[in-house]
Ligand binder design. Structure first.
Ligand SMILES: Cc1cc2nc3c(=O)[nH]c(=O)nc-3n(C[C@H](O)[C@H](O)[C@H](O)COP(=O)(O)O)c2cc1C
Length: 312
């Protein structure tokens, strides 16, 4: 008899085999360790830690998070302990788990990205890297690395040379004219997979003061509000490149996961939903197994083709 427990949820993302397609997204799950008492980390498909920079960053002034209709706006300012403290203090704890851990990497110069990856290359216990390219390039007047095919190629090429030992995922910025061109550029520069996508630049004003509701003037929009927009981006990227795509934006329910898988994502990440329910990732893994079972399928791939056939 087919039971949820017998269902095979495993997926392949390039060289990485994940026990299921549910990963925790960068910046919304701390360094993973903070959630270990709420979710059995070993049951997740993987987790992406908070973005890491060369030096520690204190982050943006408060408030850093505000709620918006169907979404959340954040301006954290990429606060983190810095790559060396991550390796010394967080990684030894994370190593005890079997779940693949990806390090999210960012910088303001090519040298920053390369330096962070080089420091991580010497450390044990990581399954791969995820490059956050939605950061301002200070050598090019603050324009995002992820904004043009040329700058994407530059940063991915540099990171690829440094990332000798592990898979390199590149997390695209959603705010570009043609996501297909950007995706192709990242793939040609050596990305092993693409994460689609980051938050959308946005604002929220307090009508009583006429000022931003955040400590910064602007922030990044996430949550259910962005899901239909990002779903289209994943579909577009899937049509353009051969490498695996990981979808993220507004995943809250099993249906959201199936939507992303149906348009060609190999796995999904869950961000904002963990704020409302810190155990949502675990709930999604269980719900997905039940959905596969209810559809009288045995593997996650069976149910995805089943849904694709339904959609036509
Ligand atoms: C509070 C917060 C912090 C984030 N920090 C990072 C980060 O450090 N690096 C990164 O690449 N993305 C970061 N993100 C973006 C998320 O990983 C994800 O791309 C985005 O929130 C969309 O997914 P969601 O709608 O499921 O939240 C952050 C998002 C939030 C809400």
């Amino acid at each position: 008899m087919n039971t949820a427990a017998a269902v095979d949820l495993s997926v392949q993302v390039g060289a990485l085999r994940l026990r299921n397609p549910i990963l925790a997204a960068s910046g919304t799950f701390g360094y993973g360790i903070e959630f270990a008492h709420l979710v059995d980390l070993n049951l997740l498909g993987g987790l992406v830690v908070k973005g890491l920079s060369r030096e520690p960053i204190e982050g943006a002034p408060p408030p850093r998070i505000v709620e918006t209709p169907s979404g959340m706006l954040n301006a954290i300012g990429l606060q983190n302990v810095g790559v060396r403290a991550f390796v010394a203090e967080k990684l030894p704890v994370l190593r005890k788990y079997v779940t693949p851990v990806l390090a999210n990497v960012f910088g303001n110069t090519l040298k920053d990205y390369v330096e962070v990856i080089r420091t991580l290359e010497d450390a044990e216990g990581l399954a791969g890297y995820e490059l956050n390219i939605s950061c301002p390039n200070i050598k090019r007047g603050g324009i995002q690395f992820g904004g043009t095919p040329a700058t994407v190629s530059e940063v991915v090429t540099a990171a690829r040379r440094a990332a000798v030992n592990r898979p390199l995922w590149v997390k695209l910025s959603p705010l570009v004219a043609d996501i297909g061109l950007i995706a192709r550029s990242a793939a040609e520069a050596g990305a092993d997979a693409l994460t689609v996508a980051n938050t959308y630049p946005a604002m929220a004003i307090d009508p009583r003061t006429g000022k931003s509701r955040l400590g910064n003037p602007t922030g990044g929009l996430s949550g259910p509000a962005i899901k239909p927009i990002t779903l289209r981006l994943v579909w577009e990227v899937r049509k353009t490149v051969e490498i695996p795509v990981v979808g993220l934006g507004g995943v809250e329910k099993v249906e959201d996961v199936l939507d992303y898988l149906s348009v060609g994502a190999s796995a999904v990440q869950v961000g904002t939903a963990s704020f409302a329910d810190p155990a949502v990732t675990r709930r999604l893994v269980d719900g997905l197994a039940e959905a596969v079972c209810d559809a009288k399928c045995f593997t996650i791939n069976d149910i995805v083709s089943y849904f694709a056939a339904e959609i036509g």
